[in-house]
Design a protein. Structure first.
Length: 150
């Protein structure tokens, strides 16, 4: 079993459901072929370095996983055939040094995703706490009078 990092970019013209469907499809292909997914980093929409198929932006995803080489072959085959994937990059970590770096990457991504989840949780709680908002209506006396030039 080898350690892998798979980055792929999906077309920006897809709906949110279609984008999530693409991600779930590739995760299913990995798990069905014996891979153990450690973490998925959904980086969101980002600007591409150069235009690809008339697209200037794309949805970025990074999947960190451990898998046998056969699983990797199947995923790469599906990535090549999928017309909604603009680009992909696969990195295999083999030596002990590389695997140690892979572990650090996974730990950093999980920290970032935990921080994002905490921020999202705070944002959803904030509107509930601000139920009472006071609106002051301006009185006509408080408004400056326009001077007429006669």
């Amino acid at each position: 079993m080898k350690h892998y990092e798979l980055l792929f970019v999906v077309k920006p013209t897809l709906t949110e459901e279609e984008v999530q469907g693409r991600l779930e499809f590739f995760k299913d292909v990995l798990t069905k072929n014996g891979a153990e997914i450690k973490i998925v980093d959904e980086m969101g929409v980002r600007k591409l370095a150069y235009e690809i198929e008339k697209a200037e932006r794309g949805y970025y995803f990074v999947i960190y996983f451990i898998a046998p080489p056969a699983a990797m072959e199947e995923v790469l085959r599906n990535l090549r055939l999928d017309e909604n994937v603009l680009r992909f990059l696969n990195i295999k970590f083999e030596s002990k040094k590389e695997v140690t770096q892979w572990d650090k990457l996974v730990a950093n991504v999980s920290k970032k995703s935990a921080a994002k989840a905490a921020k999202a949780e705070v944002k959803t709680e904030a509107p509930a706490a601000e139920e009472k908002t006071e609106v002051k209506a301006e009185t006509p006396a408080a408004q400056p009078k326009a001077e007429s030039a006669e």
